[in-house]
Write a new protein. Structure first.
Lengths: 167, 167
DNA sequence: GTTTTTGTTCAAATTTTATTGAACAAAATA
DNA sequence: TATTTTGTTCAATAAAATTTGAACAAAAAC
């Protein structure tokens, strides 16, 4: 099987390094590991899809990191697999629609926390109801109620964000 | 100087532990250290303002952690200092207006990243313009332009979030 | 069926981040 | 002024998160 039109450099150039660095910073804000930013960044700046081995060689990261990082990105819907050209190995290209990226991030990284928070806050309300001192009980119910409002507002906000960033 | 109406327990009870745990989880999502969540959580569930030493004793954390955590929370506008009752030591109470909390978080934790991202992306555009291969240059300009749109959308989103969560 | 290629998993090593606690400074009290 | 109280700073330590790499599995090629 011959090499097709993918260039197989081992090193990345100045602008690629710069883009990678932007995404490393970007994903840090989102609480994702640097390797994920490196991988997505290099895909983002590449004109052709890259294989796992391309990522390992150009970013000088381990196969384990690359595999794990790609899994995270797949989970977020931030990369697509391509298998065109009768190639054997899977190649990856970035999803670059903001709507899709935001949707994936909310689904994978935000929703679960909001949901588990809702549960914990509900349990908190139950505890507050059991408080025997009436003054203390009133105070606790006020506070847990406020927490409940926060999480509800947060939950309502997410679809709005998706709508606004969906163009 | 006599003790006033602040209770000076050394231990926290079940509901206090539960509230603290909710906030530890909460701040983790925001990328803040657990101690910050513990401190804010205990203030949130307390009916009277607490001193640094109250926090140290009840949460069993070091004075250093408490001091550093309070500094972070002050920076976020998430705690207020009180010095009522002619007390000597400073006491703290939580800011519980969502608008204020979100505003502080955006100002301290989001804005700086958005701003430095803007700079990096601008520099990226400059690099892309210098690319000699016209096909490559076109591609790079498309991608950096897209990045620019992302960060602009993100920047526009922040005030909207503040407005929506401001009741 | 055997060998090679490709990719995953996970324990160990590394790196990063958070916490501790002792030294220090500042301010109140005596 | 000397002493005590209160709070901060930061180097050392502990804890948590990330990365590595070797062992393994699955699938293709031979």
């Amino acid at each position: 099987m011959q090499e097709l039109d993918h260039d197989s450099r081992q090193e990345i150039d100045a602008i690629e390094r710069e883009v990678v660095s932007v995404f490393v910073d970007g994903v840090r804000v989102l609480g994702l590991p640097p390797s994920v930013g490196e991988i997505y960044g290099l895909l983002f700046v590449s004109q052709t899809p890259l294989s796992l081995d391309d990522l390992v060689q150009r970013l000088k990261i381990s196969k384990g990191s690359a595999s794990q990082g790609l899994r995270t990105l797949k989970g977020l819907g931030a990369v697509r697999e391509t298998n065109g050209n009768g190639e054997r190995r899977t190649h990856y290209e970035p999803a670059i629609e903001l709507k899709r990226l935001v949707g994936g991030f909310i689904r994978e990284q935000i929703r679960p926390h909001v949901d588990s928070g809702r549960h914990k806050i509900k349990r908190l309300g139950d505890l507050a109801h059991k408080e025997s001192d009436p003054v203390r009980r009133k105070f606790l119910l006020e506070r847990t109620d406020r927490l409940d409002h926060w999480i509800r507002n947060g939950g309502r906000l997410l679809p709005m964000i998706q709508r606004i960033l969906g163009q």
